[in-house]
Design a protein around this ligand. Structure first.
Ligand SMILES: *[C@@H]1O[C@H](CO)[C@@H](O)[C@H](O)[C@H]1NC(C)=O
Ligand SMILES: *[C@@H]1O[C@H](CO)[C@@H](O)[C@H](O)[C@H]1NC(C)=O
Ligand SMILES: *[C@@H]1O[C@H](CO)[C@@H](O)[C@H](O)[C@H]1NC(C)=O
Length: 389
């Protein structure tokens, strides 16, 4: 009996020890320490590497492999980037007015909130790419649209500045138990909605100036925040290959849908981790939404949605889709005569329906609107039935 108790105690303390590592051992090792002035905000960098998984991820992976046991753990952190500090995120704390005031957040500028997915991390290159693409639109107007000898199809808009906020929930997302993490989506949506409410109350942020950009489970968190922020509405949610497992079977109430923002656009690039069915007002299916070109690693097609999206923001060619009807897995009707519709981009341009878009197999992926004409001629002048494997 005693032996059993000892055993249980030992197991308990072991799991506690694993769940709550002793000190916070410089988690943010990407950070460079406080700058010269003691009042200057701490600088949080996003990693430069283009590796599939960033090193910081593994650190968290091992640290948090017994999940969700420490209530004190900060579940979601927010880092602000602007034109004047494009590489040095400043952390914002929900409820902390003093930090917010000093941060440089400015409600006159459009706010874009990026939410990463499962097995991904806040400081990763994915966030960096979207953040940098947005901030590239603040370059002087003359510099913006000189894309070498390319034909400029899209005229890029010039912005004075943005509030780019990277939402880092990697302390949860780095857990291997996908379904355990997926169960936290509503709770994380609450944290995000509360954070935006804080910006609204304290910094006069208008909900209609906010876009959420969520990848994978991050898209589900964005949807959940959209439901919880009612009666207000976010302007736009970009759902980048929204997470499918667990959510496919659920009703709209428990997953991202068109009611979560004034405009919801989804870019679907994989079926294993993503969705087959359309999500939101407009759904784009790059390369038929299953396997992306030259993607051999597990998760590559899923991640590609993010790469495409970053490119849509400042591509002068743009990704152009044609309206399509998905009759079955391998039988799509492409409605060629209905014009071409731009995927993603800044600002968003609302439309309804499902769209097929073709891409190159390496960056820059965008083909622009004309390339498609070099495909084999349509069988019928009006409707093409495209069969693929
Ligand atoms: C974290 O890093 C800072 C600066 O590099 C250092 O001064 C501090 O001692 C470190 N803390 C821990 C717990 O290692
Ligand atoms: C788009 O932004 C990225 C990130 O800043 C940059 O590397 C790329 O050159 C930009 N592309 C164009 C066409 O401006
Ligand atoms: C899309 O459809 C909805 C509902 O049918 C409609 O309210 C909305 O105006 C449409 N949006 C566009 C851009 O066509």
């Amino acid at each position: 009996m005693i032996a059993l108790k000892v055993c249980i105690l030992a197991a308990l303390s072991l799991s506690l020890a694993l769940a709550a590592p002793p000190a916070d051992n410089n988690e943010s090792f990407d950070d460079i320490g406080p700058t010269e002035s003691p009042n200057a905000p701490h600088c949080h960098k996003l990693t430069k590497s283009n590796k599939y998984m960033d090193t910081g991820f593994w650190k968290k992976f091992f640290k948090h492999w017994i999940p969700f046991t420490s209530s004190a753990r900060v579940k979601m952190q927010f880092y602000l980037f602007k034109r004047d500090f494009p590489d040095c995120g400043r952390e914002l704390f929900p409820g902390d007015d003093a930090t917010l005031e000093r941060s440089g957040f400015d409600a006159r500028h459009p706010t874009r909130i990026i939410i990463h997915g499962w097995m991904s991390q806040g400081k990763g290159s994915l966030n960096r790419d979207v953040k940098s693409a947005y901030l590239s639109l603040t370059k002087p107007k003359e510099q913006l649209n000189q894309d070498s000898n390319e034909v400029n199809v899209v005229e890029l808009p010039h912005y004075e500045d943005f509030n780019i906020i990277v939402c880092d929930w990697s302390k949860i997302s780095s857990n291997v138990n996908y379904f355990g993490v997926a169960d936290m989506v509503e709770h994380l949506g609450t944290l995000l909605a509360e954070f935006v409410n804080h910006l609204h109350m304290r910094a006069n942020l208008q909900y209609d100036d906010v876009y959420l950009i969520g990848h994978s489970l991050g898209a589900q968190i964005a949807g959940s925040a959209g439901k919880q922020i009612r009666p207000y509405r976010f302007n736009t949610i970009y759902a980048l290959d929204p997470a499918g497992p667990k959510f496919r079977e659920q009703s709209d109430e428990y997953r991202i849908d068109a009611s979560d923002a004034r405009y919801v656009e989804s870019i679907q690039t994989s079926t294993g981790l993503g969705f087959e069915q359309p999500v939101g007002h407009a759904t784009f299916y790059p390369n038929f939404g299953r396997d992306q070109k030259k993607c051999y690693m597990y998760g590559c097609s899923h991640k590609r949605a993010h790469d495409y999206f970053a490119e849509t923001i400042n591509s002068t060619r743009g990704f152009w889709g044609i309206r399509c009807e998905r009759m079955s897995k391998h039988n799509w009707i492409l409605l060629d005569n209905d014009g071409e519709f731009r995927m993603g981009g800044e600002p968003s341009n609302p439309k309804n329906g499902t769209f097929y878009v073709k891409t190159y197999d390496k960056p820059p992926y965008a083909m622009g609107p004309r390339e498609r004409l070099t495909e084999p001629p349509a069988m019928e002048p009006e409707r093409t039935t495209e069969v693929y494997h």
